[in-house]
Design a protein around this ligand. Structure first.
Ligand code: RIB
Length: 340
């Protein structure tokens, strides 16, 4: 039996090819096509077993209606929450998402970008590791829509969405100082990424204003949690004079709390605690942990909105923009002094 095309379906149902295409590409809501017509088309398509030939369509139209999403680690709750929100918004606008994890590995990221090129994705959303500048500049030179998020690459003129990392840690460190803490450590991953450097700088600037000595422990990023817990354990055992500790990400924070429990350290009387990235476990810890909450919904919404604007605007000469979002500082018992 001859394979049905979109034109056959349109003629049979006496509906325009464009309308059929919008319905089959999940864009009925966006194009305000009535529910009754959508159901009539979907019922017929199911009855005749129509399967759109996506490769032929993408070669013909130059569009695959696929977006490539590259995060550091899709199993990390921060990135998976954002990925899910991006996927929902993209689908409502007729796009499917292929996502993958870079593990902050430049070579792996290069391979994944090439895979996305082979799949003819229409646009890229990337939380980039360092060292991938040339590959992203090449995508931009080829006119590919690219949006970076969570960190940016100083030598790449791409749109990006970040949070105000420096102010967030500056403000949280000032809070610890105002609570009377003076020997405040910052434990974070060793990283030249812009968001991690900004957090470290915010900590230093707050301490410098009060003349307090910074005490920093930078840990090599590792999937194996034991290799994060061990250096934090040694650090806290060695630095008995600390009265507060600031963890630079959710991952370091959860490992840090395991160490604090393991060493029988009382919070906040022995050691006050603040962590970047608010997280259910921080609310459940005893006492609940003061944390900087990133605006997950706003990050996802900003990223997909910028990309869709680029996808729906033929001109590629839109000047790149940076969107810097604010965080919430959720003060809880772990950073309060007995008197406060
Ligand atoms: O693991 C997620 C953390 O690292 C978040 O702070 C996010 O900003 C990323 O950089």
């Amino acid at each position: 039996m001859k394979k049905l095309s979109i034109i056959d379906i349109a003629n049979h149902l006496n509906v325009s090819k464009t309308t059929i295409s919008f319905i089959l590409n999940g864009r009925a809501e966006e194009k305000r096509i009535g529910k009754e017509l959508v159901e009539r088309v979907q019922k017929f398509v199911e009855e005749v077993g129509y399967k759109p030939n996506s490769l032929a369509k993408s070669l013909r139209t130059g569009k695959s209606n696929i977006i490539g999403l590259m995060v550091e680690d899709i199993s990390n709750p921060f990135f998976s929450a954002i990925a899910r929100l991006i996927e929902d918004r993209a689908y409502k606008n007729g796009y499917k998402i292929i996502y993958c994890s870079t593990d902050n590995d430049t070579l792996k990221t290069r391979e994944l970008i090439n895979m996305f090129r082979d799949r003819h994705v229409d646009g890229y959303i990337i939380a980039p590791p360092q060292g991938i500048e040339d590959d992203i500049n090449s995508l931009l030179k080829d006119g590919m829509p690219v949006v970076l998020f969570d960190r940016h690459l100083p030598n790449v003129n791409a749109d990006f969405v970040e949070i105000d990392n420096l102010f967030s840690t500056y403000n949280a460190t000032k809070h610890l100082i105002q609570q009377g803490y003076k020997n405040i450590a910052f434990i974070t991953f060793a990283s030249g990424q812009t968001q991690m450097q900004a957090r470290l700088q915010g900590y230093h600037e707050a301490l410098n204003e009060s003349g307090y000595k910074p005490v920093v422990q930078e840990i090599i990023f590792n999937q194996n949690e034991d290799l994060i817990i061990a250096p934090i354990t040694n650090f806290l055992k060695k630095n008995k004079k600390l009265d507060a500790v600031f963890f630079g990400t959710n991952h370091v924070g959860t490992c840090g709390l395991k160490v604090i429990n393991g060493l029988g350290i009382k919070v906040p009387s022995d050691l006050a605690v603040v962590s970047f990235d608010d997280y259910d476990v921080f609310k459940l810890f005893s006492p609940p942990v003061t944390a900087i909450a990133q605006p997950i919904e706003a990050i996802a919404d900003s990223v997909i909105t910028v990309l869709l604007n680029k996808l729906n605007t033929s001109s590629q000469h839109i000047s790149s923009q940076s969107i810097i979002l604010k965080t919430d500082f959720n003060i809880r018992e772990s950073s309060k002094t007995a008197t406060s």
